[in-house]
Design a protein around this ligand. Structure first.
Ligand code: FEO
Length: 425
């Protein structure tokens, strides 16, 4: 039976000749950024690369774990040897020890993406420290360490706008920040030694990277042509065994799965809940109206029969979303809010949205849903429709009109116009 051999407590770990992991383990963490579950804790991976003319530190750790980071760093380098600090991502879980590192190695030049510059200044503000000498870099820029070259890849939004990857050319090592990472703390460190972390790898993608799927695909286009011996993400296992498998899995997860796009068909999803059948009648009429327009595929879902998470894939790839809710206690009903709140893990910006619903005596739900849709950056091109209690034939015709108009916007038969207030002056 294999022994569960952990990395000795304070040791830096050599991941390639002259390249060390100097990060920290956080096995007790159970929640990350408030919203992510971390059953196995996490790690904050930072690295040190030694060249003939200097030493580079790539990322740091969360502030609370700075002592672990500095102990490991000191075991393999002196501070006066550090010429280069690379910041792949400035979220505090990776930049927490940066102010102290800058105090200990003030001679080092910082390399970061152009979008990270303002973040760097904001991070150093509380200590009142001077911003260090820094160089904004982008794809193709390099730093020579003497016999070793760091090359930068501009990979924004993975998972903040500031993010980049750093490639150690001579060794085929890629330091990726959050992408290809996961919250899975296992002190055996390497993917061929730790426990099975697939669930965590995929959960991390779904929660962190999925809203930026198109940026993931852009990053893969830069990364896939590289000679790759090892991927070193900023969280979780270091991927030295079959690293390309992780690129392939990312490409699978980030690639749209539905075939409608290929057929240039627009998709409209109509979700509803109904206490007495009135909002259901409205939903069916909205769907009927939309179906009148060629090139629009309409799907109708009663949320009473499902959980919000069921629809994530469909919503991600749909072009339009319509929501029908009765008003109960001056609010839309909870399953509608559950579905809307679950959409923060997908990119729905720019899709078309609409709301409708039957009500008894106040009818706030429709306006509240519309406000939420606008808050999520959907366009709401058709006024919502509120109908008191039972929709009659004329009111059902209004519902069909709503569906038809929404479908016309989807197909481009009605063009969306942004009002330019300056033009009115
Ligand atoms: Fe691991 Fe986006 O920070």
């Amino acid at each position: 039976m294999a022994m569960l051999t952990a990395i000795p407590g304070d040791a830096a770990v050599e991941i390639a000749p002259g390249v060390h992991w100097v990060g920290a383990f956080d096995p007790q963490l159970r929640n990350f950024d408030i919203i992510l579950k971390t059953a196995n804790g996490t790690s904050y991976n930072a690295f040190l690369v030694r060249g003939e003319n200097g030493v580079a530190v790539i990322d740091t750790v969360k502030e609370h774990f700075a002592d672990d980071f500095f102990r490991r760093l000191e075991s393999v380098a002196r501070y006066d040897e550090i010429t280069t600090i690379v910041l792949n991502h400035l979220e505090p879980d990776h930049s927490g020890a940066l102010p102290e590192l800058l105090r200990r190695a003030p001679q080092a030049t910082v390399y970061l993406s152009s979008r990270a510059q303002m973040m760097l200044k904001a991070l150093l503000k509380p200590g009142g420290g001077q911003a260090p000498e820094y160089v904004p870099v982008s794809t193709g820029d390099t730093v020579e360490l003497g016999g070793r070259t760091l090359r930068f890849l501009h990979t924004p939004y993975l998972h903040w706008p500031d993010t980049q990857c750093t490639y150690l050319e001579e060794d085929g090592l890629l330091f990726t920040g959050d992408i290809f990472g996961c919250h899975f703390c296992d002190e055996r460190l390497f993917n061929d030694r730790v426990g099975d972390f697939r669930f965590s790898f995929e959960y991390y993608y779904a929660q962190i990277m999925r809203p930026f799927r198109e940026h993931v695909l852009d990053a893969l286009a830069l990364i896939e042509p590289l000679a790759l011996h090892l991927i070193a993400p900023a969280h979780g296992p270091i991927l030295r065994h079959l690293p390309r498998d992780y690129l392939r899995r990312y490409r699978e997860m980030a690639t749209p799965r539905l075939s409608n796009k290929a057929r240039s068909e627009k998709t409209l999803l109509v979700f509803y809940l109904s206490a007495y059948g009135n909002t259901r009648r409205m939903a069916k009429a909205v769907a009927e109206g939309a179906e009148r327009i060629a090139g629009v595929r309409v799907s109708l879902y009663d949320l009473e029969g499902s959980d919000a998470g069921t629809f994530t894939d469909l919503v991600e790839e749909a072009d339009g979303l319509a929501f029908g809710s009765p008003t109960i206690n001056a609010d839309a009903v909870k399953p509608i809010w559950d579905l809307l709140s679950s959409l923060t893990t997908v990119n729905i910006k720019g899709k078309l949205g609409a709301a409708f619903g039957s009500y008894g005596w106040s009818g706030e739900a429709v306006r509240m849903i519309e406000d939420r849709l606008r808050g999520l950056k959907l366009r709401v091109p058709v006024d919502g429709l509120r109908i008191k209690l039972v929709p009659d034939a004329g009111e059902l015709a209004l519902c069909r009109n709503l569906g038809e108009n929404l479908a016309r916007h989807l197909t481009g038969q009605i063009e969306h116009r942004e009002m330019d207030l300056a033009a009115l002056a």
